[in-house]
Write a protein that binds this ligand. Sequence first.
Ligand code: NAD
Length: 320
Amino acid sequence: MKRTVRRAVVTGGAGFVGSHLCDRLREEGVSVVCLDNLLTGSVDNLAALADDPGFVLERRDVSEEFDVAGPVDLVVHLASPASPHDYARHPVETLRAGAHGTLNALELARRKDARFLLTSTSEVYGDPLVHPQTESYWGNVNPVGPRSQYDEAKRYAEALTTAYRTALGVNTVIVRLFNTYGPRMRPTDGRAVPTFITQALAGRPLTVAGDGTQTRSICYVDDTVSGILAAAAGEHHGPINLGNPVELSVLELAEHIRELCGSASPVEFVERPGDDPTLRRPDIGLARSVLGWQPVVDFDKGLRMTIDWFARLALTGGLR
Ligand code: NAD
C-alpha cells in the first residue's frame, strides 16, 4: 500500500544527505519541517529552499524533548554527526543523537501516527567478518574503540526503533546507509571522497590511510535519497542496506579521483585510524526485491558532478 505523505519532519535536514532529501521531498510536493542544531550542517545547504513557503527550518537540538505542531505523516531521523572527524570531536553529542534523539523522534512519530525512518549505517557491521555485508550479519564492533560512539549509538538506535515497532506498534523502517558522496560534503570532514578531491584540486599529496588496500563502496547521494524515499513509501521495516555494490580499494579510489581531476598530486601513505574497517560492500538484494531500488548514477558521472561542485567551491573561496 502506498501511503500519502503531505508533511514530513526531517531531523538533520541541514546536513549533507538531509538537505538533498529536503530538496527531493519539496520537489514531490511534501511540506517539510527540518529540525537541525547546525552542529555539522549548514543553512547554505538549504539555500534553494530559503524562500519556499512549504519548507521550515527550526534550529533545535533533537536530543532534547521536542514537539512539532500540526499533522505529520513521516519522520526521517538523520540527525547525528556522521564523519569520523565529526564524531571524534563530538562523542557525547553523537551518543545523545543516537539515543535521546532517536527516542524523541520516535515519540513524535508515535504521537502523530507517522511512519518513522531511521538512517542507520554500514558501521553497525564494524570490521566485518562477512563479505559482502548482508542485513542478517550482526557485525563485529568494538564497544569501547575510537568509533564506538557512532557505531554503538546507531546499534542502540536500531534496537530502540525495533522496540517501538514491536512493543508500541509504531510504523518504522531502518535503512543502513553505506558511504554516500556528492555535492555539499564538507571539504574538511575527513571522509575519503572530499579529502581526495580537495587534495587533488589543490595539487597537494593524496593522503591514503595504511597501504590503501582496505575497500569502500560509495553511492552517489541522489541514489541514496531515492532509496530513503522508497523505504519511506514502502511497508518493510528493514533493516535494509542502501549502497552501491561497486567496491574498490581506497588507493584505487584516490588514483581514480586524481585522474578525473587531471591532477599530478603524489600519493602519501599515512597512519591508518584505529578500527578502520577493512572491507565494505553492501549486499543490496533486499533493497532490490522489496523496494525495487538500486543505484543508477554512473560512478564516473557522480564523481565528476562532485568534483565540479568542489571546484566551484574553491573558486568562491569555500575551500580552505
Ligand atoms: P551531516 O553531518 O552532513 O548531517 C547531519 C546533520 O545532523 C547536520 O546537519 C547536523 O547539524 C545535524 N545534527 C547533529 N546532531 C543534531 C542534534 N542533536 N539535533 C539536531 N540536529 C543535529 O551527515 P550526513 O552525512 O548527512 O549523515 C546524515 C545521516 O546519515 C546520519 O545519521 C548518518 O549517520 C547517516 N549516514 C550517512 C552516511 C554517509 O555516507 N553520508 C553513511 C551512513 C549513514
